[in-house]
Design a protein around this ligand. Structure first.
Ligand code: PLP
Length: 455
């Protein structure tokens, strides 16, 4: 086993970490938690410290850590058949079974599942399929994709472009020209303080209509959105937002892609986030909660309307020119099957609804009146505390003050992991769906005391 000094040295010398300040990490200035083991909602680091992970890794370990049922399903699959590909109609029992289980949990008008590896590649697949669809329908000009500022859809070339956060564009020559952004449904940051929620929804709709008019509906293929903005700040949409947006998309024959990488499989207290908000997407992106991150696997659930055109396309052009070596990897599929069974048998969708509501209510009660809390918001097992300089004026802190990272740092010292969201002073919570009320109390208590010690 490596000593701590060896670990630090090998890490600095060899390992390129994602989403990391590379220079600070090399100088040993950034917090580097090296995790050894985990069970339930707790992780344990190399020094034996136990921390309650109130962000479930990167909102993905939905069933909690250390589930032996999933570990055994993975081991059994690896022993029996570690790999076979899914090209030209091949498959494995695991991938075929999981496709059926996913469709059984998806909205009624969904037709097929394409399996990838992570949320970014699933969204890349989605955009290619939307383009293919419009080419087959004989409208090659209808290609642009509308995304929202503060949306997060991955960090590939297309998906990094769809992501509406500057950090993912800067110095990478993104966004690509096919991507256009519209207003985020972020009521706290509405353009005028005297706007009601209903007025703000009308404003978002007017912004979308204006964008479509400027670009031309016949150049726009799809709109992509997370049911609730995740990485952009954990922001539930105002009431009526999705119904109003869908009416506009329908009018202009623009497809809807629901990016359910975070919300899929229970996080909002419903099986899918689309169910929660009455969305009727043409494609649904799934990843994290599909396997609870026990193995990498993602999916694109394709609706009936698109599927028939894709079939027609292959009759006209031959096999679809899209696929990864690891599409529908049997080990990922075995993990997915065991994971979805656990979600059902443990009642985790219901638990996310009830304990998530408790977490949000307790957080509101504990910190909602603090002078520097602009808003406590959330839905199901998602919660955010947004910090402001002065809640009456709703003036925001300067990024250089690093208020949220300082609070999150204090919380970690007290044994609870929360996430300082990448843009704005927002403390995010997305615990495993198996969180208990007693564990929610710990999260709330440590948040309140860290907030008090920093502000
Ligand atoms: N879409 C959403 C909504 C996400 O939250 C994420 C990741 O956090 C992604 C896509 C990208 O997924 P991945 O990091 O697995 O590529």
């Amino acid at each position: 086993m490596l000593t701590n000094d060896q670990l630090d040295q090998w890490d600095r010398e060899n390992f390129f970490h994602p989403s990391t300040h590379l220079a600070q990490h090399a100088r040993g200035e950034s917090p580097n938690r090296i995790v050894k083991t985990a069970s339930g909602v707790y992780i344990e680091d190399r020094d034996g410290n136990k921390l309650l992970d109130a962000f479930a890794g990167l909102y993905c370990v939905n069933v909690g850590y250390g589930r032996q049922e999933i570990a055994e399903a993975i081991a059994d699959q690896a022993r029996e058949l570690a790999y076979y590909h899914a090209y030209v109609g091949h498959g494995t029992e695991a991938s075929i079974t999981l496709a059926k289980m996913v469709l059984d949990r998806a909205p009624a008008n969904m037709s097929k599942v394409y399996f990838g590896l992570g949320g970014s590649d699933a969204n890349e697949t989605n955009i290619k399929l939307v383009w293919y669809y419009n080419n087959i329908l004989g409208r090659p000009e209808k290609k642009k994709i509308i995304s929202r500022w503060r949306g997060y859809h991955g960090s590939g070339l297309m998906t990094g472009s769809l992501t509406g956060l500057a950090t993912f564009h800067n110095k990478f020559d993104l966004p690509l020209s096919q991507v256009i952004h519209t207003e985020a449904p972020y009521y706290l940051r509405r353009p005028r303080k005297d706007m009601s929620e209903a007025e703000f929804v009308r404003h978002c709709v007017a912004e979308l209509e204006a964008l479509i008019a400027r670009e031309g509906a016949d150049t726009i293929a799809a709109f992509i959105g997370e049911p609730i903005l995740g990485t952009g700040g954990i922001v539930p949409p105002p009431a009526g937002y999705w119904a109003a947006i869908q009416a506009v998309l329908h009018k202009h024959d623009i497809l809807l892609i629901a990016d359910e990488v975070v919300t899929g499989f229970g996080r909002l207290g419903t099986m899918m986030g689309s169910d929660h908000y009455g969305m009727r997407p043409d494609i649904i992106t799934i990843a994290k909660g599909l396997t609870s991150a026990y193995a990498p696997l993602s999916g694109s659930i394709i609706g009936e309307k698109m599927w028939s055109v894709l079939e027609q396309g292959t009759d006209e052009n031959g096999p679809i020119g899209h696929g990864w070596t690891y599409s529908a990897h049997p080990i990922g599929a075995a993990a997915g099957i065991a994971n979805l069974k656990l979600i059902d048998s443990l009642g985790l969708v219901e638990n996310a609804g009830s304990v998530g509501a408790y977490l949000n209510a307790q957080m509101q009660a504990a910190v909602g009146d603090h002078l520097n809390v602009g808003e406590v918001r959330g839905e199901g097992m998602l919660c955010a505390v947004e910090l402001v300089k002065d809640r009456n004026a709703t003036e925001f802190f300067d990024a250089s003050e690093k208020v949220a990272p300082r609070i999150v740092g204090e919380m970690a010292k007290a044994g609870v992991i929360a996430r300082a969201m990448p843009q704005g002073d927002i403390i995010g919570f997305a615990p495993p769906l198996c969180l208990t009320k007693a564990e929610a109390d710990i999260v709330v208590e440590k948040t309140a005391s860290a907030l008090k010690s920093v502000l």
